[in-house]
Design a protein around this ligand. Structure first.
Ligand SMILES: Cc1ncc(COP(=O)(O)O)c(C=O)c1O
Length: 455
C-alpha cells in the first residue's frame, strides 16, 4: 500500500507547470510552482509544520498545548492541520480585511478565530500582532507560533522548498520570483538556491501600499497604505524577511494582481489566489526587461477557492473598479444624446384623466409618461396600464392616480452605462434626474439602440 501515515506527510512535492498562455508574450519561460496543491491549499503548510516540530523539540510546545498565531489564514490552516493530527488547540488572530472563506475554513478545524482591525499601528494593543501576543501569554500552555520572527519559518523553505525546486528543475533556474509577506518563502528558498548558484537572481513582489519596495530601494521605512490583495506586503519589517537574498523588487497594483489571477484560471486552468496573480504579473514585468531568454520560476502561494466572494465575483471586482467596464467611459448622457427627441421630456401630473394621458401618448408617439406631483416624480404610467384600466371597469374620465407605477430606477447623467444592466431587472424604466430635475427617460429599447450603435 502506497499511503501516507497522516496528512502532514503529503506536504510539499508540489508540481511545476510551464505557463503557456498568460506569459506567452515574453521570450523567457515562466514556470509556475503550484503551492495550492499542498493539503492545506497553500505554501504555508511547510513553515507551519516546521514551526510546530521545532517547538516540540525545544519544549516550547508541550502535549495538549494551545498554538496561538497572528495569521491571514494560510499559516493558520497549516497550523490547524498539524494541531489536528498532533492533538493541540488553536487560537488565530486575523485582520478584518481577510475573506470570509478563510475565517470559516479555520473554524472548520475547530480553531477559535479572533478578528482585529486592520487600520491600526502594529504596536497598538488592538493590532492583530499585539492581541496574538497577549492571548499566547494568557492561555495556559500557550505557544505563539510567531511566524514574523520565528526562524523556523524561513528554515522550512531552506530545508524543503529550495531543495525541492533545485531537484525539480535540475538546477536550471535563472530567476526565482516570490511574494514577500513574512519573507519566509523568499528568504529561505533564495538562501538555498543562491548557495547552489550565486548567479541566480531573486525577485521579490510587493503590492502598492506596502513598505517593502521603498525600504528595498531607499532603506527608509515609509508609511504603509491599505491595499486589497491578501497575504503579502507589510507595514513592518519582520525578522524573517532577509533582504540580503533579494536582488530586485517589483511592485504590483491590486488591479494587476486580480486581473492576472483571473487570467490564470481562465486561460490556463490554474485556480490560484490573488498573490499568485501578483507573482505571475511581476515575473512577466521582469521578463519584459530582459534581452535574453531565461528560466523563471514563479511560486504561486495559494488557491483561488478562498477568494470566490472577492476576486472571482464580478460585482466585487466592478465595485472596486478592477473590471474594465464593457461600455468604457460611456455615460447615461451619451444614451440620451443618441435618443431621438430626448430634449423634451413629456410628463403628466396626478389628477389628470386617463383621456388626457391617452391623448398625450398619441400626439407624441410615446408609450409611457413620468407622473409628477408637486414638482417631484412619483412614478410612471404606461400604455398597458391604461389598456388594462379600460378593459376592466375603468372610464376615460377617471384620474390616473390609481394607475401610477413605481417600477422605475433613478440614474444621473454622469452614471456609467455599466450600471444599466442591473437596473433594468424586473422591467424597470430608468428616470434620469439631473440636479433634482427630470432630464430624461431611458427604456430598454433606448438601451438596445445605444448598444446597436456601439456595435
Ligand atoms: C496568500 C499568500 N501569499 C503570499 C504569502 C507570503 O508568504 P511569506 O509569508 O512566506 O512571505 C502568504 C503568507 O501567508 C500568503 O498567505
Amino acid at each position: 500500500m502506497n499511503a501516507a501515515k497522516n496528512i502532514l506527510e503529503v506536504i510539499g512535492n508540489t508540481p511545476l507547470v510551464l505557463s503557456h498562455s498568460v506569459a506567452s508574450d515574453v521570450d523567457s519561460d515562466i514556470y509556475l510552482k503550484l503551492e495550492y496543491v499542498n493539503p492545506g491549499s497553500s505554501v504555508k503548510d511547510r513553515p507551519a509544520l516546521q514551526i510546530v516540530e521545532d517547538a516540540e523539540k525545544s519544549g516550547e510546545l508541550e502535549p495538549g498545548g494551545t498554538i496561538v498565531e497572528a495569521t491571514s489564514g494560510n499559516t493558520g490552516m497549516g497550523l490547524a492541520m498539524a494541531a489536528a493530527v498532533k492533538g493541540y488547540d488553536c487560537i488565530f488572530v486575523m485582520p478584518d480585511k481577510m475573506s470570509d472563506e478563510k475565517i470559516k475554513a479555520l473554524r472548520a478545524f475547530g480553531a477559535r478565530v479572533v478578528v482585529c482591525p486592520t487600520a491600526v499601528e502594529p504596536d497598538d494593543p488592538r493590532s492583530y500582532y499585539s492581541v496574538a501576543r497577549r492571548l499566547a501569554e494568557e492561555t495556559p500552555g500557550g505557544f505563539l507560533a510567531n511566524q514574523y520572527h520565528n526562524p523556523s519559518n524561513p528554515r522550512a523553505h531552506y530545508l524543503d522548498t529550495g531543495p525541492e525546486l533545485w531537484e525539480q528543475t535540475g538546477g536550471e533556474i535563472d530567476v526565482f520570483v516570490a511574494t514577500m509577506g513574512t519573507g519566509g518563502t523568499i528568504s529561505g528558498t533564495a538562501k538555498y538556491l543562491k548557495e547552489q548558484n550565486p548567479e541566480l537572481t531573486v525577485v521579490g513582489v510587493d503590492p502598492i501600499g506596502s513598505i517593502y519596495y521603498d525600504y528595498f530601494k531607499t532603506g527608509k521605512i515609509t508609511e504603509a497604505h491599505s491595499y486589497l490583495v491578501e497575504g503579502f506586503g507589510e507595514d513592518i519589517i519582520p525578522s524573517t524577511m532577509h533582504f540580503d537574498y533579494v536582488d530586485e523588487v517589483v511592485r504590483v497594483s491590486d488591479k494587476e494582481c486580480f486581473r492576472y489571477t483571473r487570467r490564470l484560471v481562465r486561460e490556463e486552468g490554474i485556480f490560484a489566489g490573488g498573490s499568485s496573480g501578483a507573482v505571475i504579473c511581476a515575473a512577466i514585468k521582469y521578463a519584459r526587461r530582459l534581452d535574453e531568454k531565461l528560466n523563471i520560476i514563479a511560486l504561486l502561494p495559494d488557491s483561488g477557492a478562498r477568494y470566490l466572494s472577492k476576486i472571482f465575483d464580478d460585482d466585487w471586482m466592478r465595485e472596486n473598479g478592477f473590471l474594465e467596464d464593457r461600455w468604457g467611459d460611456a455615460t447615461i448622457s451619451d444614451i440620451l444624446v443618441n435618443k431621438e427627441g430626448a430634449q423634451t421630456v413629456f410628463t403628466t401630473t396626478t389628477g389628470e384623466t386617463v383621456a388626457d394621458v391617452i391623448e398625450r401618448m398619441k400626439v407624441h408617439g410615446i408609450s409611457q409618461l413620468p407622473v409628477i406631483d408637486d414638482g417631484e416624480v412619483v412614478g410612471l404610467i404606461n400604455e398597458s396600464d391604461v389598456l388594462d384600466h379600460l378593459l376592466g371597469d375603468g372610464a376615460h374620465g377617471d384620474t390616473i392616480d390609481t394607475l401610477v407605477e413605481t417600477s422605475f430606477a433613478v440614474v444621473e447623467p454622469s452614471d456609467r452605462v455599466g450600471v444599466i444592466g442591473d437596473l433594468f431587472g424586473d422591467g424597470r424604466v430608468l428616470l434620469v434626474i439631473d440636479g433634482g430635475e427630470l432630464a430624461g427617460i431611458i427604456t430598454k429599447i433606448d438601451f438596445i439602440d445605444f448598444v446597436t450603435n456601439q456595435l
